[in-house]
Design a protein around this ligand. Structure first.
Ligand SMILES: Nc1ncnc2c1ncn2[C@@H]1O[C@H](COP(=O)(O)OP(=O)(O)OP(=O)(O)O)[C@@H](O)[C@H]1O
Ligand SMILES: [Mg+2]
Length: 325
């Protein structure tokens, strides 16, 4: 196991009476891409904001690069780079000015700034836009610039709060490549996301966070394996009854409602189990409308652990609802 760069123990945070972060503990190893996957209002930004010393640590312990978040905030800030959930770039500055200003703010020497800006522009592929005003950049370019700015001071850890929010699918995939490149150069990455595919593709380790708690944690394939081997999705003329029939069959490790149908997890080969399931249901006079067989996806993992889909997050059930951007 690699050395820990982030160590968090029993972290809690309250806004008034409301507990947004409710006792989370984890460690992040050097060089890892570590993610928080959770719906709106899960507490991801709150947790990140405590770690980057933007919010005061109320309860628990947190250490970054060996520095205590509570007592060594200055040292913590020197060790990290940050990309916030909302764009925080001055629209009337150029790409080069953004990086130059940031370098000065952090006391980098002139030669060091010059060298680092050249490296950053190459890394995030903004060399051609270096004299362009921020307001003329596309959403993806702005995000790349923010990542570049976060990397100016050669941080040990880069915090990315929803790095691809609002970007189109192609741009998002390209962003993943930049993030991987940054990681390959040795930077530990802590990211939050509510995109299943992002967590799945990018993370070495995913933590599913909901209502301020980590409810599952592991490598993407470990989380998927925990669901059993194969998944069968069925829509029938009588789902509740079909559900109770299926529950009693052998090799069935779980049955839950999903959309208009039911999702069945088996710890056996789905191609063999499926005909048996259909036969049992038909014998009970229930007709089968739709059948689908597949290996577990991150979506299924999420439903399994939270008992709901991201977009099913209902008002009142959780403090914040799913917002489309
Ligand atoms: N300054 C604040 N004052 C009061 N409540 C807050 C404040 N900031 C966040 N909250 C609440 O705390 C909970 C967690 O919010 P947080 O922003 O950490 O969630 P998140 O997981 O980052 O969500 P999102 O995916 O929408 O960014 C939410 O219910 C939110 O409404
Ligand atoms: Mg957030």
């Amino acid at each position: 196991m690699s050395t820990s760069i982030i160590e968090v123990e029993g972290l809690e945070h309250q806004y008034g009476d409301f507990k947004a972060v409710n006792g989370i503990s984890f460690t992040v190893g050097k060089g890892e891409i570590f993610s928080f996957l959770g719906p709106n209002g899960a507490g991801k930004s709150t947790a990140i904001n405590i770690l980057i010393t933007l919010l005061k640590l109320q309860k628990g312990e947190a250490c970054i690069a060996g520095y205590d978040v509570r007592t060594e905030a200055e040292k913590v800030r020197e060790s990290i780079g940050i990309v916030f959930q909302e764009v925080t770039l001055d629209r009337d500055m150029t790409v080069w000015e953004i990086l130059e200003f940031h370098g000065r703010l952090y006391g980098m020497t002139r030669p060091d700034r010059k060298e680092r800006i050249a490296e950053i522009l190459e890394l995030v592929k903004l060399g051609g836009q270096k004299d362009m005003l921020v307001k003329k950049l596309s959403g993806g370019m702005k995000r790349r610039l923010e990542i570049g700015r976060g990397l100016m001071t050669r941080p040990i850890v880069l915090f990315l709060d929803e790095p691809t929010i609002g970007l189109d699918p192609q741009t998002r995939m390209r962003m993943w490549d930049y993030i991987r490149t940054v990681n390959d150069e040795g930077t530990t990455i802590f990211l939050t996301t509510h995109y299943m595919d992002e967590a799945d593709n990018l993370s070495d380790r995913i933590n599913i966070i909901d209502h301020g708690k980590i409810i599952a944690s592991g490598k993407p394939w470990e989380l998927k394996n925990e669901l059993g081997q194969d998944l069968v999705y069925l829509e029938t003329s009588d789902n509740p009854r079909a559900r109770s029939i299926i529950t009693d069959l052998v090799s069935i490790s779980g049955v839950s409602d999903k959309g208009k149908g039911i999702l069945i997890t088996t710890n056996d080969d789905g191609t063999k189990i499926l005909p048996l399931i259909i036969e049992e249901i038909r014998n009970s006079g229930i007709s089968v409308i739709t059948v689908n067989l597949k290996k577990p996806s991150m979506d299924d993992v999420f439903v399994h652990f939270t008992g709901r889909e991201l977009r099913d997050d209902k008002p009142g059930k959780s403090p914040a609802t799913f917002r489309r951007r």
